[in-house]
Design a protein around this ligand. Sequence first.
Ligand code: BGC
Length: 472
Amino acid sequence: MNTGESSATAASASDLPQKRDWRFILIAIVSGLGGLLFGYDTGVVAGVVLFLPNVFHFGASMNGLFVAIALAAAAFGAAFAGALSDAFGRRSVLMVTAVLFVAGAMLAAIAWSVPILFLGRAMVGAAIGVSSMITPLYLSEIAAAHWRGAIVTINQFYITVGIFVSYIADYLLSGFTDGWRWMLGLGIIPGVILLIGMTILPESPRWLSGRGLVMRAEAALRFLRNQLDVSVELGALRRDVVEGTRLAAPWSLLFEHKMRRPLIVGIGLAIFQQITGINAVLYFAPSIFQAAGLSSTSVSILATVGIGAVNVVMTAVAMRLLDSSGRRRLLLWGLWGMLVSLAIIGVGFMVQLHGALAYVIVTMVAVFVAFFAIGLGPIFWLLISEIFPLAIRGRAMSIATVANWVSNMVITGIFLNLLLAIGRGPTFLLYAGMTVLAILFTLWIVPETKGRTLEEIENNLDVADQKPVSYP
Ligand code: BGC
């Protein structure tokens, strides 16, 4: 246990909200919908691309472009999301994003030509990029320190639910002529709920306080904590704020010494989250299983649905553990598990285990996804919502989020070529090698943020002794 943690526990005890309050549950449900759309819209393309060769006469490269356009647009959206949310507020930007989700999904679903289809997907992609960073940011800023890990991970939980639902939708709708339109159009529903729900929810009290809007920050806290006297928490927020000026901090703050460690952690984890292969596995699971010897397509799809379920369940487990075990410890456990499973998959493909290969690969892919889900999956998004100073939090999160989307695009874009060039076994061993680097990186620089308020993290992140002493 480090010293910062015990003082934080005392400091944040008074701002513990009532866990079962309906308002907080509403917040968790509604604001997490951005995550659901993220997961659904990235997952559903696997089913859509099967239709496009017939409908629009797409070849492999046009299909590839169709997939890549949403990822590129997500990187683009994420690049602007931070500055917009620092300037206009987290809630307002989330509401505009909901409109973009709905409009893009509608356009893609009714698309009568290729440019309209691509435009719709680009709009949805930009919305995914924006919400992928604003949702954890908003959740982190409204949560009290003691259970911030669980609250922010609601976002990742929804991402996995979205991916899971997209697998089911693909499975159920693939037999219909216009199935692809329904696959793309279903995203309209959570988009509308997100929009309506956000009209009820308050703006982030931390953002309001950072803007000098103290009365509104107080009202937001009263709503969130369901109590009239929020003076202790409000006082703590205000102490951290040189009124009205904090969120107008210049971009040059990014280059100050105290930003070095958080930026390295944020960008590093963004890249490691992708280059260790999660989306190569999730996007291409059915073909990986077929290559391992699962002969029937429907069994491969069923196995993929199973992987989606493992992802959801283990993310729920992570939500329970993050605030007790701590971020760093779970991250390391998760990475070790990913390393072992990737190595077995790689070696399995190389030695060709004959009959047993399919079972080994399906099991190890499930193990890999499970360890990603308790570690690198949620913890990347959680840490980037915690480690940057309020004055520049949105913009710094943007940088890490763009790094994540660009890495995602590169990794999934080159996966098939990599298989052709070096073969399946070495490809997975390469991901295992990247996981070794991720472990070293975590041991070197990732801080523990459990139980500390965002203000305490901001004031102490730079201090070397904030590193916890316990290792798995
Ligand atoms: C990642 C996504 C990934 C998902 C899988 C997220 O944390 O950012 O790229 O598809 O987890 O659960």
